[in-house]
Write a protein that binds this ligand. Structure first.
Ligand SMILES: *[C@@H]1O[C@H](CO)[C@@H](O)[C@H](O)[C@H]1NC(C)=O
Ligand SMILES: *[C@@H]1O[C@H](CO)[C@@H](O)[C@H](O)[C@H]1NC(C)=O
Ligand SMILES: *[C@@H]1O[C@H](CO)[C@@H](O)[C@H](O)[C@H]1NC(C)=O
Ligand SMILES: *[C@@H]1O[C@H](CO)[C@@H](O)[C@H](O)[C@H]1NC(C)=O
Length: 601
């Protein structure tokens, strides 16, 4: 027996003896308390914080007023500092930028304003060194009409004829030629656009320049996998799947050879070219699309297995009802899909008007419908919706970040939420969002515009908020950047960023990473979320979501015990970390949130 083996046996033997002695002594001292539960090993993504970067607005390093990949690389430390585990970037691929990158002209290249492939490789390798995962935006529903795919399809090049959804005009009883169906695009106007060269209409569920791929064409399905493989091999740790509910439209073969018209919704406030004028029975949530998502999951799982790699995650962007949303996790026949569909409930079902019972109902709805064994997730904002403090109230920032970080599963932060960034003001003249430009006018464009949530990130109080050395940026910098910026929040004794940091740290506590959750409304406006696991400290978030001061009684919560201390609190709270809070009545100001730490129960 080589001597090193003998040494290790001795070490093991000594360790066992010491372990038994220490264990026995501990047992004798603390008595017959429950032993700590075994904490299941979590895969890297199951309890992480994912941060959405809007690359155009994150950080500009070449002074053109547009964010770039080197900007992201230069600020990767911010994510380590913030306690973020993964970033997902809105599209960074070659694009004419009609829909700011969601109209991709080359799925295999980096957009020139954002940098080069070398910049991307540098970003990934630096992020991985820092332990940050990198997720890409995957846009399968459509391609730019400037893409090679589209040009070849227009020319009916062999192999590409059916890459897109092409249709002949319909001749009506008066012998007039018209569009194939009454379907309306998400950005207004018909989904059908005439192509002179091919003498057919093509379908676009979004802008005219975004032609929908034909997912009934096997070559398209294969190409989608090629794209996925390409970026995985470049080091991507997964994908956010864009606009998935729109992958398929009704098949004319099931409707006597025609594209069926949608029934009208009867909404009298809309004109016939506005989304919402017709229903969307034939253009979204078609059951066929789920098989494509399941196919993608099989693909990434197989790649991962073949390459002995860490998990590659798929996150589905799907604004759908709860049943159709949950199907993205998988179906009852055992097919599995996305690691999770984004939970948009805090965007679509809750607002400044919601009371504590609304919050509790909406949170429990997700957790109840979610299939067993799956991982939840919580989204508070993104590049398509007004920013979180603007949709709710600015005094709710810390409480909302508290819910995000303390609810079970994955927390998702949109760029700026960690410092409480609000919507920026973007005048009609400065408006660039295709949704607003197509559907809006100087009086109503803000109803359609996504620009206010996309203004540049606030790094500090100097030129263009430290986003760019240029005074002129692609969207104006919000005026409040002098008060709301990262540097100021790092220097302040109390700030949203500091609360955010302590909340992301809190996620490592066993009660939060592995514990049970218990949520209830203590009054009309105050809710409590308790995270609990035996033998470890319990944590509770108490949050007044209303506009009036509220007093609630914590003594009814049996999972809590004294002495309770404040772990984190809203920046305006009179209570600061370390303060003791009695297990009795507590009064909260409007919007105030407290995270309490209590001994094991
Ligand atoms: C219908 O229109 C086409 C093309 O405009 C024309 O060639 C054809 O004669 C018309 N048929 C009838 C029945 O009017
Ligand atoms: C969700 O939508 C699907 C398809 O449109 C429909 O069949 C189902 O009844 C809806 N479910 C709920 C809970 O609204
Ligand atoms: C603000 O941030 C920019 C970009 O990081 C930096 O170049 C600049 O020096 C900063 N200004 C101040 C006053 O810290
Ligand atoms: C700008 O920020 C720096 C650093 O946070 C601070 O010391 C300075 O007072 C600020 N200047 C203004 C005009 O707000």
């Amino acid at each position: 027996m080589p001597s090193w083996t003998r040494v290790s046996w001795i070490v093991v033997a000594v360790a066992v003896v010491v372990g038994v002695v220490v264990g026995t002594v501990t047992w004798a001292i603390i008595g017959r308390g429950p032993s700590p539960p075994e904490l299941r090993n979590l895969d890297w993504w199951e309890n992480t914080v994912i941060y959405q970067i809007y690359p155009r607005s994150f950080k500009d390093t070449n002074g053109d007023g547009i964010g770039d990949l080197r900007g992201i690389t230069s600020e990767l430390e911010h994510f380590v500092d913030a306690g973020v585990g993964a970033i997902w970037m809105s599209p960074i691929f070659s694009s004419p930028m009609i829909d700011f990158g969601y109209d991709i002209s080359d799925f295999y290249d980096i957009h020139y304003e954002y940098g080069t492939m070398a910049d991307f490789e540098e970003l990934v390798s630096r992020a991985h060194e820092l332990g940050i995962k990198v997720l890409l935006d995957y846009v399968p529903n459509h391609a730019s009409t400037e893409s090679d795919y589209f040009k070849r399809s227009v020319a009916r090049e062999p192999g590409y004829e059916n890459y897109f959804v092409w249709a002949d005009p319909v001749i009506d009883s008066q012998n007039n030629s018209r569009v194939p169906s009454n379907w309306i695009s998400q950005f207004g106007g018909s989904v059908w656009e005439w192509n002179e060269i091919r003498q057919q209409y093509y379908l676009h569920q979004f802008a005219v320049e975004q032609a929908d791929f034909n997912f009934r064409e096997p070559a398209v399905r294969q190409e989608m996998l090629n794209i996925m493989r390409f970026w995985i091999e470049k080091g991507a740790d997964g994908f956010r799947l864009d606009a998935i509910p729109h992958l398929f439209e009704a098949n004319p073969n099931d409707h006597g050879g025609v594209y069926p018209d949608e029934p009208l919704t009867g909404n009298m406030f809309l004109t016939s070219d506005q989304p919402g004028y017709t229903t969307q029975e034939h253009v979204r949530d078609l059951i066929e699309l789920y098989d494509v998502v399941y196919e993608w999951r099989d693909f990434v799982d197989r790649w991962q297995e073949d390459n002995q790699a860490e998990t590659k995650v798929l996150l589905a962007e799907a604004y759908a009802n709860i049943t159709m949303t949950m199907l993205y996790y998988g179906n009852e026949r055992g097919r599995i899909g996305a690691h999770f569909p984004f939970n948009f409930d805090f965007i679509t079902s809750l607002s400044a008007k919601s009371n504590a019972r609304d919050f509790v109902y909406v949170i429990n709805r997700w957790l109840t419908y979610m299939p067993r064994g799956q991982v939840a997730n919580w989204v508070f904002g993104n590049h398509d919706n007004n920013r979180m403090p603007s949709r709710f109230r600015t005094n709710m920032v810390d409480g909302l970040n508290g819910l995000n970080m303390m609810l079970p599963g994955v927390a998702i932060t949109y760029q700026g939420e960690e410092i409480g960034m609000r919507d920026g003001y973007v005048s009609w003249e400065d408006t660039v969002d295709v949704s607003a430009c197509n559907q809006g006018n100087p009086d109503n464009y803000l109803e359609y515009s996504r620009d206010p949530a996309r203004t540049p990130y606030h790094w500090n109080n100097s030129t263009s908020a430290g986003f760019s050395t240029s005074q002129s940026t692609w969207l104006p910098v919000a005026e409040d950047y002098r008060e709301i910026n990262l540097q100021a929040q790092k220097e302040a004794e109390r700030s949203h960023f500091k609360v955010y940091q302590s909340l992301t740290r809190l996620r490592k506590e066993p009660a939060v990473s592995h514990g049970d959750h218990h949520i209830q409304a203590l009054s009309k406006n105050t809710l409590v979320l308790v995270r609990h696991i035996i033998t470890y400290d319990t944590f509770a978030l108490v949050f007044n979501v209303g506009t009036e001061t509220d007093t609630v009684d914590l003594s009814t919560i049996t999972l809590l015990a004294e002495p309770m201390t404040v772990y984190a609190s809203s920046i305006f709270s009179r209570r600061v970390p370390g303060d003791t809070v009695p297990l009795g009545e507590v009064t909260l100001q409007p919007g105030e949130a407290l995270v309490l730490q209590a001994p094991p129960t």
